[in-house]
Design a protein around this ligand. Structure first.
Ligand SMILES: NC(=O)c1ccc[n+]([C@@H]2O[C@H](COP(=O)([O-])OP(=O)(O)OC[C@H]3O[C@@H](n4cnc5c(N)ncnc54)[C@H](OP(=O)(O)O)[C@@H]3O)[C@@H](O)[C@H]2O)c1
Length: 256
């Protein structure tokens, strides 16, 4: 897929990975539809894109709220590419996670991605084209102590991606998932207590910047890949986990 001229909607575009994807996609000629809740931060990302000659509109929406998503879907034309990236959640052991925190972690990213995809899929089906991409974490394939609700929510996103891929097969619409280990975004500042619980195994996987993640996504989609995993050391971990699950599971138990 060539990014030039594509209308790309990104949730969670006010910060980190979402903002970096927006800036990189704009450089490749895409028209951006930026969605998040923080007006100032979202406008700053859009302004930066416009200053460099790109096109970006901003839309305030809590994507974990089904009614707000329905209003957004009425307000804008269905994009060519939907990037479900919005997400948050503090890493905590299960017994320290309140029911409210656990529910909030399922609301974004998982339910948010479900509401957004559900809202735009019908028009994509009618057009026989479109791409729904899910940004995900290594926690969607591996588990370690101290991040229970976060991990469960990322497995849910992976399940949603698989379901959307199955339901779109043969329709002209496509699904993709991009999975990363640690990224040096504001996630760690925005979700206090999480960084302390990064597994020791992360030391053998280089930390990526949001810009590196954005390029991996754009290149992966351009190459037609449905499953994008970066860096390559993380692919190796997933492969090892398929061959020797008990060894990798033991390795993941060691947390900082
Ligand atoms: N950082 C990492 O190491 C890493 C690695 C792999 C995967 N990921 C995943 O990538 C996603 C993005 O993370 P990031 O590192 O870019 O974190 P971040 O810098 O904290 O950005 C999170 C973004 O999500 C938006 N957001 C959160 N809840 C929202 C809601 N209910 N409605 C609308 N927007 C919402 C935030 O915007 P507003 O607050 O303005 O709404 C913000 O733009 C997360 O799901 C994260 O789990 C992160």
């Amino acid at each position: 897929m060539n990014w030039s001229g594509q209308r790309v909607l990104i949730t969670g575009a006010s910060s980190g990975i979402g903002a970096a994807i927006a800036e990189a996609a704009a450089k490749r000629g895409a028209e951006l539809i930026l969605v998040a809740r923080s007006a100032d931060k979202l406008e700053a990302v859009a302004e930066g894109i416009r200053r460099h000659g790109g096109t970006a509109t901003t839309h305030l929406c809590d994507v974990s709220d089904a009614e707000q998503v329905a209003l957004l879907a009425n307000e804008i034309q269905t994009p060519d590419v939907l990037i479900n990236n919005a997400g948050a959640g503090r890493w905590k052991p299960l017994v320290e996670t309140s029911p409210e925190e656990a529910a909030a972690m399922m609301e974004a990213p998982y339910l948010a991605a479900l509401y957004m995809t559900r809202a735009f899929l019908p028009a994509m089906f009618q057009r026989h084209s479109g791409l729904c991409l899910f940004v995900n974490s290594a926690a969607s394939q591996l588990a370690w102590p101290g991040a229970a609700a976060y991990t469960a929510a990322r497995w849910a996103v992976r399940g949603l991606f698989e379901a959307v891929r199955a339901e779109t097969t043969g329709t002209g619409v496509h699904a993709a998932m991009a999975t990363f280990a640690k990224v040096s975004s504001d996630y760690w500042k925005n979700n206090p207590g999480s960084e302390e619980r990064v597994p020791v195994a992360q030391t053998s996987v280089p930390i990526l910047s949001p810009q590196q993640v954005a390029e991996a996504i754009l290149d992966g989609v351009a190459a037609g890949r449905e499953e994008i995993v970066a860096p390559w050391q993380l692919r190796l971990k997933f492969f090892a986990n398929r061959l020797f699950p008990s060894i990798v599971r033991r390795e993941m138990l060691r947390v900082n």
